[in-house]
Write a protein that binds this ligand. Sequence first.
Ligand code: HEM
Length: 170
Amino acid sequence: MISSPALRAGVALSLTAAGALLGAALVGQRAYDWIKALHVIAIVSWMAGMLYLPRLFIYHCDAETGSKQSETFKVMEGRLLRVIINPAMIFAWVTGLWLAWQSGFYKAGWFHGKILLVLLLSGAHGYLSANVRAFAEDRNLKSPRHWRIVNEVPTVLMIGIIVLVIVKPF
Ligand code: HEM
């Protein structure tokens, strides 16, 4: 079912994509910069969700099963995953691979390091996604401490990815 926040996020994402494509078409040789802007918008959205979701899990652990609070967390987690995190990850991959192909960076050492870290980040995404389902079915057996530790994983990966792509150390 499409809720109004989902609709708003979908419209915002579509407008951004349409704007970037229009910009790319208008400026020709500056297409690379427009797609890179779209890439950074996508990764900021992806990271925002990846940092917030384990935090929701921490609070969800403390809510009694079947309580109104627990049901509210289920809705928040499901929407965050479907409306923000999943589409943002797809945008990040599509735009990032296009940039790598256009620039020839796919041959660079720093890029191989970045892809490795992004694959780990995508694995963390899969893990969080599976646990949105577990929480939705009241099957979470993990402690708040577990989710506090998991919360640090995307942060550490993000720091490595940003250093590699900006500094390009090798
Ligand atoms: C999903 C797979 C990804 C691929 C294939 C990819 C690939 C790329 C490529 C080829 C560039 C262009 C580099 C340049 O022009 O100097 C780029 C830019 C960038 N990427 Fe990614 N990326 C991905 C995901 C991410 C993630 C997850 C982050 C951050 C957490 C990130 C952060 C950035 C940033 C900040 C830039 C702009 C760098 C600059 O302009 O100097 N990327 N990416």
